[in-house]
Design a protein around this ligand. Structure first.
Ligand code: FEO
Length: 397
């Protein structure tokens, strides 16, 4: 695709798709790529909002040149976010358009200097400042930690367009369509949640502050730096973001388990059966050994019920589960109904670590916690089923 698309009169999407990078930030799988969205506003003044990752600069410049031919000037480059997936072409743009003024806040200015040595032709704006372009005017709102300290959003007042940076965006390259009414919204919702939970979720309280701050704006279009542009129903993605950042889970249960020889897996099956006994059909079962952690974190963020089960290994918790709970703690997920089970052979350690995790977080532990020696006895199996039933009952409350 990778050619410009008008999103309003004189406003263009000039982003690129990246179908080559395997792991975003070297961490998160991109099975269907990712887009880096940049925008161009052509008015009395010409402004670019955010750029793209350096590896895509050639393609980016080619389509920018289609709208702003060589010899024409770009007046402003608005930098809403300095992470290199968006700032990677700033240096090139300054080389191609030497008169360009880079706009950011005081924290942006420091990162511009530290990343790229850019200290000249930088205009620092404060919260609420405006930049007239002609018929259109940009207004800047600082939204720190959504996702870095310098993050801000730019609101175009006449068209009510919100250039939102990482907020409301997610994984998944754009496949032809760029608007929410042109794409498979369900797929992108999954990938926006995976982006949110893994990358922004740790700062959910700051997302809440940003949402409160933007509540006074009338928003017709949300134009993020990844994924679709929301012109049909921007309220939908705003609502999802609000719920996710309040740690509000859907009615459902994610069951994450590890198992070496099938004994812990058997206990998981009994928990799942207990959930079914009580009518819960929205159950997602993941092996922590074979499911990438980004999907485990995403589903833990999505559902209100979370059940963790694992064996003991090296007198401690099974390593993939250990990594999962470490990441859950790091991402500061809260307010889940939590169920625990596990196995051990001669000395415990697995379930003990899971209990410590439960004690340290904002979880609502559902009893019984089931610990089986070597394999689940019929009584252990019955307790696992009871755990599933009780969790389902709590989910209904
Ligand atoms: Fe898409 Fe925080 O960068």
């Amino acid at each position: 695709m990778d050619s410009y698309v008008p999103i309003a009169d004189g406003v263009f999407w000039i982003g690129v798709n990246d179908r080559e990078t395997a792991l975003f930030e070297g961490l998160w799988p991109l099975p269907r790529g990712v887009s880096y969205n940049s925008y161009l506003i052509v008015d009395d003044k010409v402004a670019v909002v955010d750029t793209v990752k350096a590896m895509k600069a050639d393609q980016y410049v080619a389509q920018l040149r289609a709208l702003v031919p060589a010899g024409k000037q770009i007046d402003y480059l608005i930098v809403n976010h300095m992470e290199p997936d968006h700032s990677g072409s700033i240096t090139l743009l300054r080389d191609l358009y030497p008169g360009i003024t880079v706009i950011g806040n005081d924290k942006t200015a420091k990162l511009l200097a530290d990343f790229f040595g850019i200290t000249e032709n930088v205009q620092v704006v404060a919260d609420g400042d405006t930049l007239p372009l002609g018929r259109r005017t940009l207004q800047f709102h600082l939204t720190p930690m959504v996702h870095w300290p310098e993050t801000m959003v730019s609101y175009e007042t006449s068209g009510r367009l919100l250039f939102s940076g990482d907020a409301f965006g997610g994984f998944g390259a754009l496949a032809g369509g760029i608007f929410d009414d042109e794409v498979d919204v369900a797929y992108f919702e999954d990938e926006i949640l995976r982006y949110f939970s893994n990358i922004v979720g740790k700062y959910a309280n700051m997302v809440q502050k940003a949402i409160a701050k933007l509540a006074g704006l009338e928003i017709a279009v949300i134009a993020p730096t990844h994924g679709p542009v929301w012109r049909h129903n921007p309220g939908h993605i705003l609502d999802l973001y609000d719920r996710w950042s309040r740690h509000e889970g859907e009615a459902g249960v994610v069951l994450a388990y590890g198992s070496m020889y099938g004994n812990t897996c058997q206990m998981m099956e009994a928990v799942a059966r207990g959930l079914t006994d009580e009518g819960v059909s929205n159950v997602r079962i993941h092996s922590v050994s074979t499911t990438h952690i980004s999907y485990l974190i995403r589903d833990a963020w999505r559902y209100r019920g979370l059940v963790l089960g694992a064996p003991t290994y090296d007198v401690g918790l099974y390593p993939p589960m250990s990594f999962f709970i470490e990441m859950l703690a790091r991402k500061k997920l809260q307010r889940r109904l939590l169920g625990l089970f596990g196995t051990y052979g001669w000395s415990g350690g697995g379930v003990k670590t899971l209990r410590s995790f439960a004690d340290d977080g904002d979880w609502d532990l559902v009893e019984p916690v089931v610990e089986a020696r070597c394999h689940a006895t019929p009584a252990d199996q019955e307790n696992c089923r009871l755990l599933g039933q009780r969790l389902a009952q709590r989910l209904r409350e």
